[in-house]
Design a binder for this molecule. Structure first.
Ligand code: FMN
Ligand code: SF4
Ligand code: SF4
Length: 459
């Protein structure tokens, strides 16, 4: 059986599934229960500066019947008394020596404030400290959270104030609300960070209610921007993770990265591991389904690793990283086309509409006798029987550019497959073309000649 244990910057845990600093890690009683279900670690709900949280602080995004595709929150850090949190952290760590107990902290940008909180955290026996540079609302207006994470100089300074006074591993949690994630990451490394984690929440306003005309969540008739998280943010988190793991300075530093943002299942977690994370954190999915999701996560990851022959998390971590490329490194000669598995097709014709209206008009409709029918064909028109059957989509592969729109709109899993086909085009990348034949990438006339010569037919 695969070994799921991790050693993350010296922080040991029986598995890579940790609860993120958020409502699921608000108190000792909660974390006791979470650990009973099997979570490998927990990052305590951020403690530090005094705050008061407000009512009606979450708003959910539902789409097509799927609840909580994303959550928006205007919550601040922990509003429980500091000494209560510290006492409970110590109790949890005492009772669960094999689990990772990490404390998230946020205080004023002041060396003494950081020193004081770090000393208190060290006294609890916790395994590590996570610096929350991500809160996008409330704390940032006070010069904390994203206000630190968005300014590399502040990020380095605050990190240095912590790393220079503690013996504990320090994880810097990055905000996604920034143009280049590598800048605060470099600053954190310069400040002595032992590890990085990402992503914190994305700045958002969830919606405006069309009945009440109020921003949601409405707090006594007012609304504000808050942090966006949950399954909808996973692709953004994966991309930011890929930017970190492919960055030369981050790689050279060797610091481990804890990935989060939209993880609901072991599959999501495995994707973060494949892209270079060595542990993961979960918040929204635990808020949606409760702590016991970790049981499926552990079983699923373990079985998948066994199937794939991966003995440890290190065997998985980063496997997909060598594929991460720039657009300029992609093969312009690669060709794929869409193929319909007729046995799975339910004849909804969504693919036909999508290709006809917004792609390359290369799906025809055939009637049950295999005769191509007009786009405007209506079985009920012209005296034909409705029972004749619906026309079926047939792809003209020679005209298909392989955009994959049809495969993405098709409601039946696996019904439309994108298959690579032999290409007679030269296998050249944009970067190579720019270097070898600069005129082709700079002038339309040269580009058209290049296409004609090399069989690039664009419809
Ligand atoms: C309601 C709520 C409160 C949060 N509070 C904190 C916090 O106190 N400190 C922190 O670092 N991150 C906080 N986060 C961010 C999460 O730790 C996590 O970075 C983010 O939700 C992305 O993970 P997810 O998609 O699994 O939810 C909070 C998130 C939510 C939804
Ligand atoms: S979208 Fe899929 S199921 Fe619907 S007609 Fe096209 S191939 Fe068939
Ligand atoms: S891949 Fe694009 S171009 Fe080809 S059939 Fe589908 S929608 Fe049309």
């Amino acid at each position: 059986m695969a070994d799921l244990s991790v050693n993350f910057a010296g922080i040991r845990a029986p598995n890579p599934f940790w609860l993120a600093s958020a409502p699921p890690t608000n108190s000792g009683a909660q974390i006791h229960r979470a650990f009973e279900y099997g979570w490998g670690g927990a990052v305590w709900k951020t403690i530090g500066a005094p705050v008061l949280n407000i009512s009606n602080r979450y708003s959910g995004l539902s789409l097509g019947g799927q609840r909580l595709l994303a959550i928006n929150n205007v919550e601040l850090i922990s509003d429980r008394p500091l000494e209560v949190n510290l006492r409970e952290i110590a109790e949890v760590k005492r009772m669960w020596p094999d689990r990772a107990v990490i404390v998230s902290a946020m205080v004023d940008a002041d060396p003494k404030a950081w020193r004081d909180i770090v000393m208190m955290i060290e006294d609890t026996g916790a395994d590590g400290i996570e610096l929350n540079y991500g809160c996008p609302q409330g704390m940032s207006e006070r010069g904390m959270g994203a206000a630190v994470g968005q300014v590399p100089e502040m990020c380095e300074l605050n990190t240095h104030w912590v790393t220079s006074v503690t013996r504990l591993p320090v994880i810097v949690k990055l905000t996604p609300n920034i143009t280049r994630i590598t800048e605060p990451a470099h600053a954190a490394l310069a400040g002595g960070a032992n590890a990085l984690s990402l992503i914190n929440t994305i700045n958002s306003i969830m919606k405006v209610d069309l009945d009440t005309l109020q921003i949601t969540p409405s707090i006594g008739g007012r609304g504000t921007h808050g942090g966006y998280a949950g399954p909808a943010v996973k692709p953004i988190a994966l991309n930011l993770l890929s930017e970190l793991v492919t960055d030369e300075d981050v790689r050279r530093s060797g610091v481990p990265i804890c990935g989060m943002g939209g993880i609901q299942t072991w599959r999501d977690a495995a994707e973060f591991l494949l892209l270079g994370a060595t542990s993961v954190q979960v918040c929204t999915a635990a808020m949606h389904y409760g702590y016991r999701i970790v049981e499926d996560m552990i079983d699923g990851l373990s079985n998948w690793m066994d199937d794939k022959g991966f003995a440890s998390i290190d065997d998985v971590a980063g496997r997909a990283v060598p594929q991460v490329s720039t657009f300029g490194q992609l093969d312009l000669g690669y060709q794929a086309v869409a193929r319909i598995h007729a046995d799975k097709c339910i004849g909804c014709n969504l693919c036909y509409v999508a290709c006809n209206d917004t792609a390359h008009q290369c799906i025809d409709l055939h009637d049950p006798a295999g005769v191509r029918v007009d786009p405007g064909y209506d079985l009920r028109a012209g005296g034909k029987e409705v029972s004749v059957g619906r026309p079926r989509p047939v792809i003209r592969e020679s005209d298909c550019v392989g955009c994959a729109l049809c495969a993405n709109v098709c409601p039946v899993d696996g019904c439309i497959e994108m298959v690579s086909v032999p290409s007679h085009r030269p296998h050249v990348t944009w970067d190579q073309l720019s270097a070898q034949q600069p005129a082709v990438t700079q002038q339309w006339g040269a580009m058209e000649a290049f296409r004609a010569e090399n069989g690039f037919e664009i419809h």
